[in-house]
Design a protein around this ligand. Structure first.
Ligand SMILES: *[C@@H]1O[C@H](CO)[C@@H](O)[C@H](O)[C@H]1NC(C)=O
Ligand SMILES: *[C@@H]1O[C@H](CO)[C@@H](O)[C@H](O)[C@H]1NC(C)=O
Length: 213
């Protein structure tokens, strides 16, 4: 019995440990993404996927998005900013991504109607939050470029291409957010954790792999 328990806990530890990889930064711009077309300066559409994570509830899940609502003049709602998220269920509509004109973009609603309904869908540029201790991948906000990375263990390149940036980190944190007005099922907020930052309370870590890589 004891040995069986030990085997199970060893297995769980193996599955949940974040692999110790060395990220290698690829050049800035769209050519570092899969399925790039030099003639149009664009990639095909793709999603990104949580892999090698500490959280079995979202392992293999693809990106969705959410946004923050502000109240403007005459009590009219407006979209302050939006951000990529990971869903609590993998069967709901995903947020399409592509790289064009040198920038990663998401196909998202960018405004609200007077009644508060999301509208004006477009390929909106994504940027890493410019603020310290934040690392959220945002739209409608200027920030730092999210970059493409390869992963190495020793000299050996690992399969896939990964999103990262700041001080060459590719470790993302995922924190569960309860259902709320703009997210029927709740979601996991995702942030890029700088190499100097600690993982947060109730936050699990993982990598974000580019589909088709
Ligand atoms: C990230 O890695 C690249 C390539 O090794 C290096 O040129 C760059 O200075 C690094 N960036 C930071 C912020 O450490
Ligand atoms: C962490 O999760 C527990 C259980 O859901 C909750 O009670 C606690 O408030 C959370 N802590 C933070 C800092 O969110």
């Amino acid at each position: 019995m004891v040995s069986k328990l030990l085997t199970i806990s060893a297995l769980v530890a193996t599955v949940l440990a974040l692999p110790d990889v060395t990220p290698k930064q690829l050049p800035s711009g769209c050519a570092s993404y899969p399925n790039y077309h030099a003639d149009s300066g664009e990639t095909d559409g793709f999603l990104v996927e949580v892999v090698d994570s500490e959280n079995p509830a979202i392992e293999g899940f693809y990106d969705t998005s959410d946004y923050s609502v502000g109240i403007g003049a005459q009590g009219r709602p407006y979209m302050r900013w939006g951000y990529l998220t990971i869903p609590t269920r993998n069967d709901i509509a995903k947020t399409g991504l592509k790289c064009s004109d040198g920038v990663l973009r998401a196909w998202v609603d960018t405004e609200l109607t007077a009644a508060g309904a999301p509208t004006n869908t477009q390929w909106s540029p994504l940027a890493l939050s410019p603020y310290a201790n934040d690392g959220v991948l945002l739209y409608k906000v200027e920030g730092e470029e999210v970059r493409v990375y390869e992963h190495y263990v020793g000299e050996e390149k690992q399969p896939g291409l990964f999103l990262g940036g700041y001080d060459n980190s590719t470790t993302w944190g995922f924190t569960y957010i309860e259902p709320h007005a703009t997210s029927e099922y709740g979601n996991y907020q995702m942030r890029l954790i700088r190499t100097t930052e600690d993982v947060g309370t109730n936050e699990t870590r993982g990598f974000v792999k580019i589909q088709g890589s």
